[in-house]
Ligand binder design. Sequence first.
Ligand code: USQ
Length: 391
Amino acid sequence: MRVLILGADGYLGWPTAMHFSQRGDEVMVVDNFVKRRIELEDGIEPLVAIPTLHRRVALWREVTGRDMALRVGDLTNHRFIYETLAKFQPDAIVHYAEQPSAPYSMQGREQAVFSQHNNVIGSLNLLFAVRKYSPDAHLVKLGTMGEYGTPNIDIEEGYITIEHNGRTDTLPFPKLPGSFYHLSKVHDSNNLIFACRIWGLRATDLNQGVVYGIDTPETLLHEELNTSFHYDHVFGTVLNRFCVQAVCGVPLTVYGKGGQTRGFLNIRDTIQCVDLAVGNPAAKGECRIFNQFTETFSINELAQTVQRAGREVGHNVEINHVENPRLEAEEHYYNPQHSKLVELGLQPSLLSEVLVKEMLGSIKNNREGVDPDVIQPSFGWWGDIKDRQQS
Ligand code: USQ
């Protein structure tokens, strides 16, 4: 297959690109390096320095003998994505090319506007490009479980059948997103459903939970093939952050009461899910929605798991309930369905203390890369934390 990976320089994009290339597919990788620019803006770096994308592609060729095509460009420039599809003619497009941080999007007006412009307009240009140049390609788009928020009813996979005043219909599940970033994904989902309905495109929207983990089989082939692992308050996801905090002796930063419950999955399962979606394409005109996570945990449960595993390997792990920089329910009902990927054959790698200990071991080897100044949140859902503390 010809597989186009958009956002291939990121935490999930790079391991996904290597996976499809290793499988023998013809892969093209694309990125505009927005994440690297935000890293510079906010003074943060991945735990382990990541070579340029050009170097990663060259190294991949040296290690495996496999070629990947590389194009640098921005989806918000429609000419760039039109030309990319016209030349590459993909069978499948895996779209990660979005600003992925909820806290970044809540930092202020500029960051909110940037997040929505980059994500929504980039994806909209992509839809027009697919219609014009690759109308049969299967678009696999990364959405998020955060689109649904935490409603007080069971969350279905994308659509809900409702009976209202004696009539019944199946409609998109209501959305209650919790940040301008999550809202950008809701807008994308609406555009995607609409494009499939009116133009007959085929798409799968993967509403993914919070990803954790460091290694995939391909990142382990060479130390410079690592993925970009963040532990800071901007890009670090909660379990990755807790593991770094445990190794560095920083009390785990549970935000507020810690009863917030989310769907989680291992980075290896992200790759498996995307592989399953690509291998089982949606029909023409269909916009499938899969809830992509393997287990749910509260933040307190995660913190306790990291504490137990950390103490067993000699780390002094304390749990701290810090003031929540977000406005979110800290105790709530949460029961999202997630059977469609399992029906396609997903074999989950579930979270265990053994796995946490592996993560801790791997972080310990790179401990000198940790910057303690970027661990605590410095802005919240209302803006800069210092402003709130002063008022
Ligand atoms: N949290 C803490 N302490 C921390 C960091 C986070 O208690 O040090 C809490 C947050 O308040 C939140 C939960 O952990 O309730 C998850 O936060 P997160 O930063 O791990 O994840 P989130 O901001 O929701 O975003 C991440 C990815 C995003 C993806 C999303 C999936 O950055 O790209 O879309 O996970 S989901 O959460 O299902 O929407």
